[in-house]
Design a protein around this ligand. Sequence first.
Ligand SMILES: Cc1cc2nc3c(=O)[nH]c(=O)nc-3n(C[C@H](O)[C@H](O)[C@H](O)COP(=O)(O)OP(=O)(O)OC[C@H]3O[C@@H](n4cnc5c(N)ncnc54)[C@H](O)[C@@H]3O)c2cc1C
Length: 507
Amino acid sequence: MKSRYDLLVIGGGINGACIARDAAGRGLDVALVERGDLARATSSASSKLIHGGLRYLEQYKFRLVREALAEREILLRTAPHIVHPMRFVLPHRAGMRPPWMIGLGLGLYDRLGGRRTLPGSERVDLSDPAWNGGLALASKIGFAYTDCTVDDARFVVLAAVDAAQRGAEIMTRTRCAVLTRDGGNWICTLDTPAGASRQVAARAVVNAAGPWADHVRAAAAGGSTPRRLRLVKGSHIVVPRLHSGDHAFILQHDDGRVVFVIPYAEHYSLIGTTDVAVDRTDGNETPSEDEIAYLCAVVNGQFGIDLRADHVVWAFAGVRALYDDGKADPASVTRDYVLDLDFGDRGGDHGGDDGAAPMLTVYGGKITTARRLAERAMKRLAPTFPGLGPAWTADAALPGGDTGPFDAFVRVLGLKHPAFDKDWLRGLAERHGTRAHAILYGIGHPRDLGPTFGAGLVAREVDWMVRNEWAETADDIVWRRTKFGLAMTAHEIELLGEHLAGATVTV
Ligand SMILES: Cc1cc2nc3c(=O)[nH]c(=O)nc-3n(C[C@H](O)[C@H](O)[C@H](O)COP(=O)(O)OP(=O)(O)OC[C@H]3O[C@@H](n4cnc5c(N)ncnc54)[C@H](O)[C@@H]3O)c2cc1C
């Protein structure tokens, strides 16, 4: 453990992890501190889409949409194990956005982001069962287009793994408690998992604390600073699979919002989201009864079914930390990000000439644009780090992402390990990509995987995630490193917890 770094990144969500990765790959000595588990906050509570954000076109956010669309192809190439194309169907509804407007918007969506491999949009006939999926709408006009899904929490973990492989120190369960400028450096007091305090120095700080970015900024300024964040809670529910077919739906609701219904983890549908303005967050949000009722009502109205709260197998909520652009409606606040570079009293906004220590604060952002945001963050910090390496992440696979065509990779994995269940191997490949080889190294039979905790979660993979991915608790494993929590019983998760705590468990 060192006590001096070039760059200290506060926050182990997608933005912090991508910035730590990018900076370490450019030769900086980097530390990342996350007060809980990686991706414990917003970055595991997203709609799990790598998308341009069709509805942002209505807000004329062309820069954001263009950048996000371009990221789809980059992430498909560099992380094909956790990013997968998904066809979306947008049904037309009488009295809402007219077909010509949807067609125009999708035409723009097709062209804006330099699409190369993803198929373009098309008008589809919703009386065709292949597209209808059980919709009970009067209009049979629909539009299909392609975006991607992502395992959001694994994206964070893999970015952190890559950062660590390039020399970064990743400290989870470690809170940045006090931050002070000392000449050209930051001095940071960290609360460590052992309950002790530790001081580290860094030439620059990145404040990627998401919904807590204002707190970190205020702490560094030694008091209160103007509030820059709007916090908007968003909830999702997961229910047994609602419709057949591999495509997702993007439903227009009566209030003008859109709600996604996305095939999820093979047997389920992921439905979201809501937009509820909140004042603060403790990071433990859950969907309210009203939000669950709202999501059920949207689906019921358009599928003609009776989905209720007791059908929900999992529900989660997160808080968007949006840059406050003064808009009254939470759904209309900009989803674009802002990077604020601050040199304190001595340097002023454009300062740093006198060597004052910079803090770069990240406001907003998306899972989709985190890699690009990290590149921009490095550009802003470049004057502080002469000799900083060039941008590199657009062509570099995330750990395990060097699979080549993913389906072919899964087939070869099956041929190499014929004794293993094919679906289980696919799941392993979707979590670890080519790192699945290391997990299976030296074993020829499923019994060599050690105890099974339930739903296909085996000790060998759990121990791998403890050793290589900073997993410590059962929640880290079943809700963030994997989604086995969907199919495991409470008792099985408890036994996993005992295994992780070091107890001998007979499963
Ligand atoms: C409902 C919803 C749906 C969304 N859907 C999508 C989507 O489909 N696609 C998409 O691209 N984007 C989506 N987003 C946006 C995306 O999830 C967020 O932009 C992104 O996760 C923000 O990441 P972050 O790293 O900035 O923040 P976070 O993930 O919140 O990370 C901040 C971290 O900082 C840590 N931290 C705070 N204070 C300290 C401290 N003092 N010391 C140490 N650590 C600290 C926290 O514990 C936290 O883990 C969605 C967001 C929501 C809420």
